[in-house]
Design a protein around this ligand. Structure first.
Ligand SMILES: [Zn+2]
Length: 292
């Protein structure tokens, strides 16, 4: 405040002191910093010189309180509408069992159009989170024969990572990338039936349809071309490919989804990696987890 006072003549300073001295407004106002120099403050056009500063400040505080209250209201409404939206886009539990019984017709893939950023529901089932299925249009191939796909950004990053590994004599081989609900349906229910597993047991090694990171187009399973016997096996962690990935994957924006003793309770999957190199992928895997 000193520089301001220096530019004012003595009479003005006295007047200001007079005005501000009997400031008996609440304690709150006293602690508010005077960021705007008195001489520069906007004063109402109506009789600016007669406005009491404490009244002005009280008015500003009231306005501030109203703004905060309005903000809270808007936030609550927004959250409610988000809740309703995610409820609407969620895959009804019934559909999960229906595709089990009738996977050939794939009713689920005809249902909700996935949001462009692969919206994530906060619901978890048997340790897996629910993910929207990426549409074919956003996918790019990472295998020479076009059989394995990831979202374009993830595909580009994966190919760069694979080349970098190759330059160091390490052979990364993509085993599985994007999967449809129907494909995941077979992996969960088909294999479960073949092996006589109960749902909870199956969920430790495979996500139920609708709940696989593979639906997002950001996740893939990687093998070591030199040691194919370790494909999709915990032994993969002893391969040069895994050791290389552990040291280098973060530089290419890939991370292990299910490390040892993960909070989700999913079995350790050293071969399963996910891309987290852009906002959409980060939101897909992390935004909804805050509520967990
Ligand atoms: Zn996987």
């Amino acid at each position: 405040m000193l520089p301001v006072k220096q530019t004012l003549n003595k009479a003005e300073v006295k007047r200001l002191d007079k005005v501000s001295a009997p400031d008996n407004s609440s304690d709150v106002t006293k602690h508010l910093p005077d960021d705007i120099p008195v001489a520069l403050r906007d004063t109402p056009s109506v009789a600016p010189t007669t406005v009491d500063r404490s009244m002005l400040r009280a008015g500003l505080i009231t306005l501030g309180a109203i703004a905060i209250a309005a903000g809270v209201l808007v936030a609550v409404q927004f959250q409610r509408s988000q809740q309703t939206q995610s409820d609407n886009t969620a895959i009804p539990e019934g559909i999960v069992s229906r595709i089990a019984a009738n996977s050939a017709q794939s009713p689920a893939s005809a249902s909700p159009t996935p949001a462009p950023t692969a919206s994530v529901n906060t619901d978890a089932m048997l340790g897996h989170f629910r993910y929207a299925e990426a549409s074919q249009g956003v996918l790019g191939s990472i295998a020479a024969d076009g059989s394995i796909k990831l979202r374009k950004a993830a595909a580009k990053a994966y190919q760069e990572m694979q080349s970098a590994a190759q330059q160091e004599g390490v052979s990364l081989v993509p085993l599985s990338g994007f999967r449809t609900l129907t494909e995941q349906d077979y992996l969960f229910f088909g294999k479960k039936a073949e092996r006589g597993q109960v749902a909870a047991e199956r969920a430790k090694v495979s996500a139920p349809p609708g709940y696989s990171e593979h639906h997002t187009g950001y996740a893939l399973d990687i093998g070591d071309g030199a040691v194919p016997a370790t494909n999709l096996s915990p032994d993969f962690e002893n391969t040069p490919a895994f050791k290389w990935l552990k040291a280098n994957a973060p530089f290419h924006s890939f991370e292990l989804s299910f490390p040892k003793n993960n909070k989700q309770g999913v079995s350790y999957e050293p071969w399963h990696w996910r891309f987290v190199g852009d906002r959409a992928s980060l939101e897909t895997f992390y935004k909804a987890r805050g509520k967990k």
